[in-house]
Design a protein around this ligand. Structure first.
Ligand code: KIV
Length: 272
């Protein structure tokens, strides 16, 4: 069920670089559990991101900061058991890579060994360069994440669009080039002006995957709960909702409650 130009039986980090070179857009969605990952993989999504957004959508935290490395490994291992084609990228959570490069490597190794994920993602540019180098030197593929980096929300203060001013836009461009030079295989760019994201994508050879970064980049990522409409409280401009599952599910569950209360369920055919 895939709209790929080439038939990738298994998507690898190399396939993504090839897709960019061929002008084929990359599809990426989050998943955090076995059942959802099975559906996402079967639908032909190239990359499954076990995002630290699990902290928000799975655990109900206000930010991505509280989720732990153990919890990320639990989510990622459930996802890995479900997939047969997609590349699985796992977020390094807040506090697992910022203090020093050795700790970053230890955290990345735990993710790869204990979850079976195929690559890690971490937030930031020059500030985390030593951590990125150390992880890459161990043979672990790294995806970068620039622009709005939710693990730094208390530094930014808000979730508004980043890099509107020249100074921040210049830093973002420099960081993207640095991540490419270090050997990252792709970069997520979140919530920046579309013209800037497009300029970055055209300036580097590795794929830029955008969220709220316009259509001029090499691929798109969304949080699955948002695009399926499971959450009816979050409506940023960049979000396209493909279903209204919040309404559909509450209606279905309400119907079940009525059927139980009225003794309509189970009927004669639904019992032994
Ligand atoms: O954690 C996450 O879901 C992410 C995406 C928003 C890119 O990092």
């Amino acid at each position: 069920m895939s709209a790929s130009k080439k038939d990738y039986k298994r998507v690898t980090t190399k396939s993504l670089i090839e897709m960019k070179a061929d002008g084929e857009k990359i599809s990426m969605l989050t998943a955090y559990d076995f059942s959802m990952a099975k559906i996402v993989d079967a639908a032909g999504v190239d990359v499954i991101l076990v995002g630290d957004s699990a902290s928000n959508v799975m655990a109900g935290h206000e930010t991505t900061l509280p989720i732990t490395l153990d919890q990320m490994i639990y989510h990622a291992s459930s996802v890995v058991r479900a997939i047969s084609r997609s590349l699985v990228v796992v977020d390094l959570p807040f506090g697992s890579y910022q203090s020093d490069a050795k700790e970053a490597l230890r955290s990345a190794i735990r993710i790869m060994k204990e979850s079976g994920g195929h690559a890690v993602k971490l937030e930031g540019g020059s500030e985390v360069k030593d951590s990125i180098k150390k992880i890459l030197n161990a043979g672990i593929p790294v995806m970068g994440h620039l622009g709005l980096t939710p693990q730094s929300i208390y530094k930014f203060g808000t979730y508004t669009v980043r890099a509107k001013e020249e100074e921040e836009a210049d830093k973002l461009m420099k960081d993207a080039k640095l991540l490419e030079k270090l050997g990252c295989f792709a970069i997520v760019i979140e919530k920046v002006p579309a013209h800037l994201a497009e300029k970055v994508a055209k300036s580097i050879s590795i794929p830029v995957i955008g969220i709220g970064a316009g259509g001029g980049v090499d691929g798109q990522v969304l949080v699955i709960h948002d695009m399926l409409g499971m959450n009816n409280e979050f409506s940023p401009r960049f979000l396209r909702r493909y279903l209204s599952l919040y309404e559909e599910m509450t209606t279905a569950i309400g119907q079940y409650v009525n059927d139980v209360k009225s003794s309509d369920f189970p009927n004669e055919k639904e019992q032994y």
